[in-house]
Design a protein. Structure first.
Length: 282
């Protein structure tokens, strides 16, 4: 089974380093000996430019003329780095303190968009799978499900009851697209339901093996070997159903996330412009 595309070791190191720098900034925020205050204005400009620069990613995504400029993955990585480092610089610019109302609104809008970005990154990695270096699609996962289902159905001596239970699990967990939104929360317990079904199927398979040992002409060792083989096939099927169900639901949540993220982003732009104008006017 392919694995989701995670943030990687370097991403984790970057994240931890940034968290450490932020914590250090927070702990020394009232230190009068700090030279940081001398750089406040410049830090605001640098952080602002970083936030503007991260908008290159949606541009790269949408503009055909930029298509030849690097992979989307690298651009998104750059976007995430700027999306975390930019707000960190702005926090230093604000010296980790609240100020005038317009500054506070801009600051919280930025933190909200950054937090939303982190959620988006989590959802993104749930629907970007890689197998042998190539990204795989929902259709690839559905094909894998079809193969696992076929393997189970074609297995000789497979218990009819276990087959029915497996198909019931698929019907229950793979709803029609219209019903997917309403079932989104069920994703939290999908793994648990899969394990319960797995246990029930193991039992059904074993009961079937014991009941048909003699008529199928198997000794105990052969029956156990066959049981293990059938368990592997049924586990593959259940896992394929889980992966497809999870992918479909995350796809819908991610689409919803886009709808929320863009207005937050617009709010950030407006509040940042108001802040910059207010700072220069008063
Ligand atoms: C203040 C900081 C941030 C701003 C202003 C910002 C802004 C944006 C914008 C405008 C988009 C494009 C939405 C679209 O194409 O429909 C986007 C997408 C995205 N951002 Fe951010 N973002 C920020 C921080 C972050 C952070 C910190 C991360 C991850 C660690 C992140 C991850 C993403 C992801 C995964 C997407 C969706 C990519 C896709 O659908 O192709 N963002 N962001």
């Amino acid at each position: 089974m392919p694995a989701p595309d995670g943030i990687g070791d370097s991403g984790l190191v970057f994240f931890i380093a940034l968290a450490a720098v932020t914590a250090a900034g927070w702990l020394t925020r009232e230190d009068p000996a700090s030279t940081r205050l001398d750089w406040n204005y410049q830090l605001g400009v640098i952080g602002g430019v970083m936030l503007l620069a991260l908008l290159a990613y949606p541009l790269r995504k949408r503009l055909r003329s930029l298509r030849h400029l690097g992979s989307m993955k690298s651009w998104l990585r750059g976007h995430a780095i700027l999306g975390l480092a930019g707000p960190t610089v702005i926090l230093f610019h604000a010296d980790f303190q609240l100020g005038a109302v317009n500054s506070n609104v801009a600051l919280f809008s930025m933190l909200l968009v950054m937090a939303s970005g982190l959620v988006g990154r989590y959802l993104y990695q749930k629907i970007h799978y890689k197998a042998h270096g190539t990204e795989i699609t929902l259709q690839d996962l559905k094909d894998y499900l079809g193969t696992s289902k076929h393997d189970v159905a074609q297995a000789p001596f497979m218990s009819a009851e276990a087959l029915v239970a497996l198909q019931r699990f698929e019907q229950a967990e793979l709803p029609q697209p219209a019903a997917q939104g309403a079932r989104a929360w069920k994703i939290l317990t999908l793994g648990f339901r899969k394990r319960l079904t797995q246990r029930a199927i193991d039992k059904l398979l074993w009961q079937d093996r014991v009941a048909h040992c003699e008529s199928d002409g198997f000794g105990r060792i052969q029956a156990e070997a066959l049981w293990n083989y059938e368990r592997v096939l049924s586990r593959n099927y259940l896992e394929a159903v889980r992966v497809v169900a999870e992918y479909q639901i995350y796809l819908r949540i991610f689409a919803l996330w886009h709808v929320i993220h863009i207005p937050l982003m617009v709010m950030l732009v407006i509040t940042a412009v108001v802040h910059v104008v207010a700072v220069h006017l008063y």
